[in-house]
Design a protein around this ligand. Sequence first.
Ligand code: GDP
Length: 297
Amino acid sequence: MAFESLSEKLQNVFKNLRGKGRLSEDDVRIGLKEVRLALLEADVSFKVVKDFIKGIQEKATGSDVLNSLTPAQQVIKIVNEEMISLMGSETAELKIKPSGEITVIMMAGLQGAGKTTTTAKLAAKLKKKGNSPVLVGCDIYRPAAIEQLKRNGEKVDVPVFDMGTNRKPVEIAKKALEYAKENHHNIVFLDTAGRLHIDEDMMNELIEIKDNVNVDDIILVVDAMTGQDAVNVAETFNEKLDITGVILTKLDGDTRGGAALSVRAVTGKPILYVGMGEKLSDLEQFYPDRMASRILG
Ligand code: GDP
């Protein structure tokens, strides 16, 4: 199960605190040191951990907490609240324009992160809510990518627009918008090309699409299993492209939890959804409070 080890460690810390009855400032400090270690072992970014612990320490060592009848409960409550706020507090919603208008969503991410799969998952979800999406194959470098998009589109009954591999992605995106207008689609998903690593050509291509097509949202797909790498990727994409938000994939296989806990704090952008499996129905809205409960047990 995801985050098992982190959960277990945090629960142990809390158990120890609860077992003490009255708490001294030192008890809290030692407890928080253990929390800090558990978070670092879960691959949460160093700076995120530092700020997180500092914030809790200030609140949890106040006399109102230490002198209360249930000091351990108060400390746990503070950890819970800070963890929710670390992950963004509110559930972030993707805004779809009112009917008659087209929302253009550019999907970006490194190869293998799960971008093509996630595009189909998200389109299916929005279709269920009454939208009419179309998927657009902008990855002209790997013919297999367009084929995969088509297969996924078929599975979720969402059409795919493509122009093969001989046109520039920005040109395909422009034509796709015309196609969407003519065929009354209200959401256009641009499935862009990924690379194994961030490189300048890829970024420039994405920037060119952004600058030339009326892109409303840029959603970055990152693989949660890559931990801090996922967070670094998100930070770079956000600097270059000013992304709207992140979808974390493969959370079902993420045993540590570092990406989920760091992405929001590092980029300032919300986690919109999480991928929980390979099936095209395995996409869940991200709820910071539920995630915190899952982690804190
Ligand atoms: P792309 O190169 O970014 O377009 O990645 P793909 O969409 O081809 O996905 C790469 C692999 O990750 C595929 O085998 C997907 O089935 C798998 N995948 C994508 N999302 C998830 C997820 O949330 N959980 C799991 N377990 N696998 C996923």
